[in-house]
Ligand binder design. Sequence first.
Ligand code: SF4
Ligand code: SF4
Length: 74
Amino acid sequence: MNKENRPIPAFIRKKCMACKICVDDCPVSCIGVEASGTAKDPHGYPFLEDEAQCIHCGQCAENCPVAAIQMAAA
Ligand code: SF4
Ligand code: SF4
């Protein structure tokens, strides 16, 4: 598969609760999450800090507890 065709994370941001599991689990540290909301009603804005670093492993999507990340065509 060409590198261009490898899937990258797509974020469904309205689902994100800012747990930052994806940040901790990414083996190349290329995800960031800006937290917002409150302790009782947390929200987050996940993003790829550096798309070129992503190794397309899918770990972030697999481990997000609320399915706010899906691997999608680049
Ligand atoms: S693991 Fe999912 S819910 Fe948690 S910060 Fe990442 S995208 Fe948001
Ligand atoms: S697919 Fe893998 S390398 Fe890419 S952002 Fe997710 S956990 Fe990190």
